[in-house]
Design a protein around this ligand. Structure first.
Ligand code: NAD
Length: 495
């Protein structure tokens, strides 16, 4: 039974005595507890971060990069442990968890290049004998508030870059699965990161509000649901903070009549049901264009019904439980509403039972056909293993449908027509776009972020956007006139 505190100044400690349970989603059993931090905990973390940040910012980027390189190898040596920690508290398969740790590791790898990434710009002779240049300097103390669905990867979108830039970082992970963040912090200390530069504070809305109100914290990076993202964005702005707040999603995958249908089906299966649909890049709507729809629905249905739903401890599991009983009930309500609003329920995952795991939060793959854009299951993010198929008469109708949706995180198209593909990538009103790939997932050196209700703020995560977010720009203009002090006169050569 784990008892998760905070990680402050290189120590596990907490002042609040309020705790909440950590639940194993596969069994429904309590497997630990985590502190819900209060004002005193935040005060302590800020005091330590303030001192540590000043010293850390004075360490050269090259030396910071060396700490990052050590951190990278420690993570590499502990991928299995980190992945198991993710799976235990989240429920996703071990393969999936490993993949997410590796994605996070790639950000650490990217941050190792910080001496290069922080190089500024220089213009000589902007006026006669006047030069101008710009540098990027750290913000100070940055905070990150992260969701349950990627307990390793999403925090790693943030803190490696922020810390490489010379900031101190306070991470507030999801209270549903906090253990991975504690491990990531401990490993960073082992890599030689000075105490107080990276801290983890656990808790819920109470501590989030304190973070947002703090005058000592310069920026907030948030990933989570759209209503909370909007709240974070507005409140951070009210307290004059730099903010990036990534929200929910409803990702469409378009299948054109000329697509390689088997590739599209394989892509849809992984993207719709992988991680039980609890991914911000999950495909939750397949748009079948023209006469491909019947074949597409049959093939998805056949493959989805063969997926093995099982706990992460089963190496053959292709899909685990959803995070909580409350979330499972919410998904059940969505399925009910889809039926009531007239969608065709092709696969019903509601009554799935697994011997020995009767209290686990399992649902089997669920598939709706003939969904339309007035239905609740189409309009809202379900965040579960529920796929809707919308039938669209042609490409124009498909692109219009996607562009009208309030979310704009990711989308993809399967086609063998280059002209359609180019039109799609140019005209779709979505932040991340794929062609003949199931999920467009930008790599560490590009940036991750959606549009519309999927991102509030100006900056996406990691890549160049991450560097810009975690630094402030300073522009210097300088002229060196002849010294007016007495001294030997130098005559500068002219050429
Ligand atoms: P959530 O919004 O419930 O919680 C996210 C974080 O905010 C947690 O740390 C939580 O403690 C805190 N929080 C929750 N309610 C709060 C409140 N009222 N005030 C202040 N803080 C609050 O999200 P979740 O359920 O943990 O994660 C799932 C959501 O995250 C989905 O909507 C998913 O699409 C989204 N997500 C988005 C991305 C992206 O890149 N856009 C990536 C991953 C997850």
């Amino acid at each position: 039974m784990s008892n998760v505190k905070n990680y402050i100044n290189g120590n596990t400690t907490c002042l609040s005595s309020k705790m909440t349970d950590i639940i194993d989603p596969s069994t429904g059993d309590k497997i630990g507890s985590v502190v819900l931090s209060n004002e005193k905990d935040l005060k302590l973390v800020i005091e330590t971060a303030k001192i540590a940040q000043k010293e850390w910012a004075n360490i050269t980027p090259l030396k910071r990069s060396r700490v990052m390189s050590k951190y990278k190898s420690i993570i590499e040596n502990n991928i299995e442990l980190l992945a198991q920690t993710v799976s235990k508290e989240h429920g996703k398969t071990l393969e999936d968890a490993k993949g997410s740790v590796i994605r996070g590791l790639e950000i650490v790898e990217f941050a190792c290049g910080i001496p290069h990434l922080l190089k500024g710009e220089f213009s000589q002779n902007v006026g006669t004998n006047i030069d101008s240049w710009s540098v990027r300097q750290p913000l100070g103390i940055c905070a990150g508030i992260t969701p349950f669905n990627f307990p390793a990867m999403v925090p790693m979108w943030m803190f490696p870059i922020s810390i490489a830039c010379g900031n101190a970082f306070i991470l507030k992970p999801s209270e549903k699965n906090p253990s991975c963040s504690m491990l990531l912090a401990k490993f960073f200390s082992e890599a030689g990161l000075p105490n107080g530069v990276f801290n983890v504070i656990n808790g819920d809305k109470e501590v989030v509000d304190l973070i947002l109100e703090s005058q000592d914290i310069s920026s907030v990076s948030f990933v989570g649901s759209t209503p909370v993202a909007k709240y974070i964005y507005e409140k951070s702005a009210k307290f004059s903070k730099r903010v990036q707040a990534l929200g929910g999603a409803k990702n469409h995958l378009v299948v054109m009549p000329d697509a390689n249908i088997d590739q599209a089906v394989d892509g849809i299966i992984g993207a719709a049901y992988g991680s039980a649909g609890e991914r911000c890049m999950a495909v939750s709507v397949a748009v079948a264009v023209g006469d491909i729809a019947d074949e597409l629905v049959d093939k998805i249905s056949e493959k989805a019904s063969n997926l093995k739903v099982a706990p992460w401890t089963d190496p053959e599991s292709s899909m685990g439980p959803v995070i909580s009983k409350a979330h499972k009930n919410k998904i059940l309500e969505y399925i009910e509403s889809g039926i009531n609003e007239g969608a065709d329920l092709v696969l019903d995952g509601r009554n799935f039972k697994l011997q020995g795991y009767e209290n686990g939060h399992f649902l089997a793959p669920t598939l709706f056909d003939n969904v339309n854009n007035n239905m609740k299951i189409y309009k809202e993010e379900i965040f579960g293993p529920v796929l809707s198929v919308v039938r669209s008469k042609d490409y124009e109708e498909a692109i219009e449908l996607i562009n009208q949706h309030k979310y704009g995180n990711g989308t993809s198209i399967y086609t063998s027509d280059g002209e359609i593909s180019r039109h799609f990538t140019s005209n779709i009103n979505i932040g991340m776009v794929g062609v003949n790939v199931p999920i467009p997932v930008p790599m560490a050196f590009h940036s991750f972020g959606g549009w519309k209700q999927s991102l509030f703020g100006d900056h996406a995560m990691h890549g160049a956007e991450g560097i810009n977010f975690y630094t402030k720009l300073k522009t210097i203009t300088s002229r060196w006139p002849k010294s007016i002090k007495d001294g030997p006169e130098f005559v500068l050569p002219t050429n």
